[in-house]
Design a protein around this ligand. Structure first.
Ligand SMILES: [Zn+2]
Length: 199
């Protein structure tokens, strides 16, 4: 069940939720402790290409005791995006047909989730992620900041990506208890802040 409704007049997410993003949520969202710049540059500072980012992330996943698996193709929305769950990095069913750079962005995002699972403690992370919408928002923002950096690193303008993320979070993450205007505003702020990263 979700409390989020799409407004029939404006097409924007309505503002039914009651929870606003607080300063402690923002602090967690901006926490870059699980961002590893090595995803973009090798030990000599040489920038990695999209293919090299994927290769590096796949190797890190193995090092974390995890593995990438392509989701089975289905009509469900679930098959269309990446998900990191426990020891698996689940890749979209159309993974092989997507542009390489988009898969590099995806891997940079998901490998950070893999570090979160381990770093925050698997049980605690899973419990908070499922039960607390503000926590879910904040830890997703940590990884979306990396997605934004990946866009910049690979020479793509992240502006429309940021806008899409800001507007789709409510719909994509069962965030019905969150206030849409608060999520949209702070998602923009947290992700625009990530554009100051020097690739
Ligand atoms: Zn994510």
């Amino acid at each position: 069940m979700t409390l989020v409704r799409r407004s029939s007049t404006s097409g924007t997410t309505s503002n039914m939720g009651w929870l606003k993003i607080r300063s402690r949520d923002l602090k967690l969202a901006m926490d870059d402790r699980f961002f590893n710049p090595a995803v973009f540059h090798d030990a000599h500072g040489k920038p990695r290409t999209d293919a090299e980012i994927i290769q590096w992330c796949e190797a890190e996943a193995v090092g974390l005791g995890m593995r990438g698996v392509i989701k089975p193709s289905s009509s469900l929305a679930f098959s269309k995006f990446g998900t990191t769950f426990y020891r698996s990095i689940l890749l979209p069913s159309d993974y092989a047909d997507r542009p390489l750079w988009r898969n590099a962005v995806l891997w940079a995002h998901e490998i950070q989730h893999a570090r979160q699972w381990r770093g925050y403690g698997r049980g605690r992370f899973a419990m908070n992620y499922v039960l607390r919408a503000r926590y879910r928002w904040a830890v997703e923002m940590q990884c979306y900041r990396t997605s934004v950096r990946a866009y910049l690193h690979l020479g793509h303008d992240p502006a429309s990506y940021i806008e899409r993320r800001a507007k789709s979070f409510m719909k994509s993450y069962s965030a019905g208890s969150l206030r849409a205007s608060s999520v949209i505003k702070h998602t923009r702020g947290v992700l625009e802040d990530a554009t100051t990263y020097a690739p």
